[in-house]
Write a protein that binds this ligand. Structure first.
Ligand SMILES: [Fe+2]
Length: 256
């Protein structure tokens, strides 16, 4: 079985589109359709058809191309069952622990409420791939538009329990905008300081900071580090629950 091919492409102002191609089965899926033309061009560039769209959540910059691309290609649109009424052209609604067959591989749904009320994160366990949409970013996490801090912390914990080598593809290039905030929350984190330097160099050169590896996020993403004694002390929350510390970090970032 050959490895899956991944094609990541920037679109809109700061979105990423992702195509996943199984060369053995000659199948291709798109994770979200942030911009119709960009997805169409990416498919053309690689010479791939489109068999499936896997939608993470209902925000417009993730579903714009669902209807036109389905019309053009006849692909199947898959999306979160808890938001099915808001996903354009949806054919199949799936949720927590459901499995979706892609060629010979299984894609597992992890329901991750918080950013919206019921987004799907898609996990291809055998290939160590995770597609988080807007729930988790490199050095960041999604804003709480529909869910609560407690819900989002529960979602993040599910992701944190996956293998450290998991490669994470998220929906936006926001990494640089998280650097100063992260350093203000955990200024003595040496790994974080190193990463911020790397991110600044990469972005100056126009290099994407996506994908990122879960192990790295666990060490340097302050939204996953509610248990860090340094962060707790800084926030004066030594005795708080982890979800409360997370909620405070999220609130501080929103204020900034
Ligand atoms: Fe979103």
């Amino acid at each position: 079985m050959s490895e899956l091919e991944i094609h990541l492409f920037p679109c809109r102002s700061d979105n990423y589109g992702v195509l996943v191609h199984d060369g053995d089965a000659n199948l291709t899926l798109a994770i979200d359709t942030p911009e119709t033309d960009a997805v169409r061009n990416a498919l053309k560039e690689r010479g791939w058809g489109l068999n499936y769209i896997l939608t993470t959540h209902h925000h417009f910059d993730h579903v714009e191309g669902n209807e036109p691309l389905k019309k053009e290609t006849g692909c199947m649109v898959v999306g979160p069952e808890g938001e099915a009424d808001k996903i354009p052209a949806i054919d199949l609604a799936i949720g927590e622990e459901d499995e979706f067959e892609f060629g010979t591989r299984k894609i597992t749904v992890i329901s991750t409420p918080g950013h919206t009320i019921s987004p799907n994160t898609y996990w291809i366990k055998d290939s160590n791939l995770l597609f988080t949409g807007d729930m988790l970013f490199a050095m960041g996490c999604g804003r709480l538009f529909e869910g609560t801090a407690r819900m989002m912390w529960g979602s993040l914990q599910k992701i944190m329990a996956l293998p450290r080598q998991t490669q994470i593809y998220c929906g936006h290039e926001y990494t640089l905008s998280n650097d100063e905030f992260a350093l203000s929350v955990e200024p003595d984190n040496e790994e974080l300081k190193n990463r911020v330097e790397e991110v600044r160099v990469a972005r100056r050169a126009g290099i994407p900071t996506v994908p990122t590896e879960l192990g790295r996020e666990l060490e340097t993403n302050v939204f996953l580090r509610a248990a860090s004694p340094e962060i707790r002390e800084r926030l004066g929350m030594q005795k708080a629950e982890d979800w409360q510390v997370f909620g405070e970090i999220r609130r501080l970032k929103d204020q900034g």
